[in-house]
Write a protein that binds this ligand. Sequence first.
Ligand code: ADP
Length: 258
Amino acid sequence: VLIAGTLFGGVLTILAGFFLAGRALVPIRISWEKQQQFVADASHELRTPLAVIQSQTELLFRHPDRTIQEESEKISNVYKETRRMKKLVGDLLTLARSDSNQMEIERKPLQLDRLLADVSWQFAQMAELKEIKLTTELQPGLHLEADEARLRQLLVILLDNALKYTSEAGQVHVACHRASHGAELVVQDTGEGIDAEDLPFVFDRFFRGDKSRTSSDGGTGLGLSIAKWIVEAHHGKIRVESVLGRGTTFTVFLPAKK
Ligand code: ADP
């Protein structure tokens, strides 16, 4: 009960932080209607994990005599929902800051192939666990001026999705090569693919495919909208091609300099 109580307190702190920070961020570029929609969608998304945390905590309080082992399922549910909320709040803050132009892009020289190799390596274990073949084809010496932390975030979003939406024994391929005045990077998977009807909406905030919405992978539907923002903040372009049941390819063009 103590653990659950502490976690619940933590969640309230996260929420308070979000709303306080949100107040200080006055969106400049987006319309009032869009801002209202964003707040409505965010509140809706936060309600589900909060409701689970509240009900599970209430149940825990009913039996203070029970041990942690006996209540491990409820405690685990509280933990999972807290993690989901933490990710959601982090993603919401990124988008709120980008709307209000408070998200600085710090362009510095970096080597894209090295960054891609590093991020792919981070995902190697996850791929192995799912028995997915993760391959790379990286043209060496791809120098760019870009924000390393943001590009890392972009790659994590694309690779995380590729592995999430590809079932066991599938393949994920990561590549980068020189392109005219910049570099192109590709993240390709042999996963479930995206319905042609859904394809135009995948970069929209809170959009989740039917299957993804019902699954318990902890997705927020904000990853690709953040990915798009990062690419556009670098004056680049991102596009997606997909065949249902066959797989998906995300292609990103990044200019070498601003
Ligand atoms: P999330 O993954 O949290 O649901 P995203 O914004 O990252 O949110 O993705 C939006 C939706 O696009 C996902 O719910 C899923 O339906 C679809 N999607 C994204 N990447 C892939 C992929 N590699 N393969 C299949 N579907 C994908």
